[in-house]
Design a protein around this ligand. Structure first.
Ligand code: NI
Ligand code: MN
Length: 220
């Protein structure tokens, strides 16, 4: 399995039998190392509808015949407007797919696309090849994050302005049972300039990782 971060909130997971991308914001993401035209994906998982998360979903879904996994309202909108193949779920729901499973969990954030409300914003808990990954989406700090246990890799936004900032992300990490914490949603735009090193040093003794864009967080 391979796990990589591609700038902003975009991660990819290559499992034994599927390639998964979360929040594929590539075009317009100056940190991204990915090429929309050549990228191969089987599943596109979305935390919420904002443009910096839906990103290149439509092109990737069409190029690859990939399935788009999203909350019901966003899935309906993408299916009706763009004819992409979707799988729907809602808060608390788990979908069992080729690679394992993905559960939609709450986040405190808003959600709209092209000015249209598209359900709620969420986070994702992905079980794949015996690893458990929590992608928190664009959330603010909230105490129910403490209910997430036995996570291996937890991705938390630290950019501030549109999500929690470093102090709240450190508080969140202290609520969540995870082996590693990885900062996301920072340095993509001027309003979200942050020091990931400050996040990781504030986490101690919890373990933080600051992957380079495109670097393997898991490679084997
Ligand atoms: Ni957002
Ligand atoms: Mn965002």
């Amino acid at each position: 399995m391979q796990l990589k971060w591609h700038g902003h909130s975009c991660i990819t997971i290559e499992s034994e039998n599927s390639i998964i991308i979360v929040d594929p914001f590539i075009t317009g993401n100056q940190m991204s190392d990915l090429d929309v035209d050549t990228l191969k994906v089987d599943y596109i998982l979305l935390t919420h509808a904002h443009g910096d998360h839906v990103g290149d979903t439509v092109a990737l879904a069409k190029n690859n015949n990939a399935k788009v996994v999203a909350i019901v309202e966003l899935a309906d909108y993408l299916e009706e407007s763009y004819g992409v193949d979707v799988l729907r779920f809602n808060m608390g729901g788990t979908l069992h797919l080729d690679f394992g499973s993905v559960k939609l969990v709450p986040a405190f954030h808003s959600s709209s696309y092209n000015g249209i409300a598209c359900g709620e914003a969420g986070g994702l808990i992905i079980n794949v090849d015996s690893k458990r990954i929590y992608h928190a989406g664009d959330t603010a700090l909230f105490t129910d994050m403490s209910l997430h246990k036995n996570i291996d890799y937890c991705f938390l936004p630290i950019g501030d302005t549109y999500t929690m900032g470093i102090e709240d992300a450190i508080l969140a990490a202290n609520l969540i049972d995870s082996q590693f914490f990885i900062p996301i949603h920072y340095n993509t735009f001027p309003e979200i300039q942050q020091s990931p090193e400050r996040f990781v040093s504030g986490l101690k003794p919890l373990k933080g990782l600051i992957p380079e864009v495109g670097e393997g967080i898991i490679t084997k």
